[in-house]
Design a protein around this ligand. Structure first.
Ligand SMILES: N[C@@H](CCC(=O)N[C@@H](CS)C(=O)NCC(=O)O)C(=O)O
Length: 220
């Protein structure tokens, strides 16, 4: 049985990625949620991962850390879950996109932090973040057009690439980023996933974690 150590669901975009992959694939796991900025977080995460960050997957006592490594481990261990596309070129493209998301879009990540419970439309983002937003939307549009036959996700069926973009869909929803056509349809497909809805419900129930003078909270 796996244990996935995660952070606050309202904020932890990295935690959402393997969590949603596990849920959509129907792989049983236990969730262990640790509040950020707590002594317990530092102690328990530090005990299993030299990175000191969430998420961490425990397979028994064996720890795998960093989202991409966790998702690759799950895909290897559960080939029947088809967490990567079956076709070699589609799989390579899905890996390129997950890797690009993993290492890139820094301006977007900084300007639009995940904050599930907030509703913050109308912010004037810096040009670099705006560029990232457009690039992400173009990726979704073009990947759906090239590989999306056979289902509502980037490669038809849900894959790790969708897991990597799920927090971006959440961010674009929080910040009211305009979306139309295939991009809107893709976002709606991700938001309609029962697992995404469960994550959102759990995040909203975390009101106790929210720091009272957090600027986003004031703007609501
Ligand atoms: N590259 C890492 C990033 C993980 C990461 O930044 N996690 C954040 C939460 S979303 C964290 O643990 N922050 C706690 C801290 O910085 O102390 C991954 O892919 O897992």
């Amino acid at each position: 049985m796996y244990t996935l150590i995660i952070g606050n669901k309202n904020y932890s975009s990295w935690s959402l990625r393997p969590w949603i992959a596990l849920c959509v694939a129907g792989i049983p796991f236990t969730e262990q949620k640790l509040g950020f900025f707590t002594e317990e977080f530092t102690r328990r995460v530090g005990a299993v991962s030299p990175a000191g960050l969430v998420p961490v997957l425990l397979d028994g006592e064996f720890a795998v850390w960093d989202t991409l490594a966790i998702c690759e481990y799950l895909a290897e261990r559960h080939p029947e879950a088809r967490l990567w596309p079956q076709d070699a070129k589609a799989r390579a493209r899905a890996r390129s996109l997950a890797a690009q998301m993993h290492s890139g879009f820094g301006a977007m990540r900084q300007a639009l932090p995940m904050n599930v419970e907030a509703h913050l439309p109308g912010i004037d983002f810096p040009p670099a973040a705006q560029q990232d937003i457009s690039r992400l939307q173009a990726i979704w549009h073009d990947t759906r057009a090239e590989f999306g036959q056979g289902g509502p996700f980037l490669f038809g069926e849900f894959t790790i690439a969708d897991a990597f973009f799920a927090p971006v869909v959440s961010r674009f929803t929080t910040y009211g980023i305009a979306a139309a056509g295939p991009v809107r349809d893709y976002m709606d497909a991700v938001l309609a996933l029962p697992a995404m809805q469960e994550w959102t419900r759990d995040a909203l129930a975390e009101a106790t974690f929210v720091v009272e003078d957090e600027p986003y909270r004031k703007q609501r």
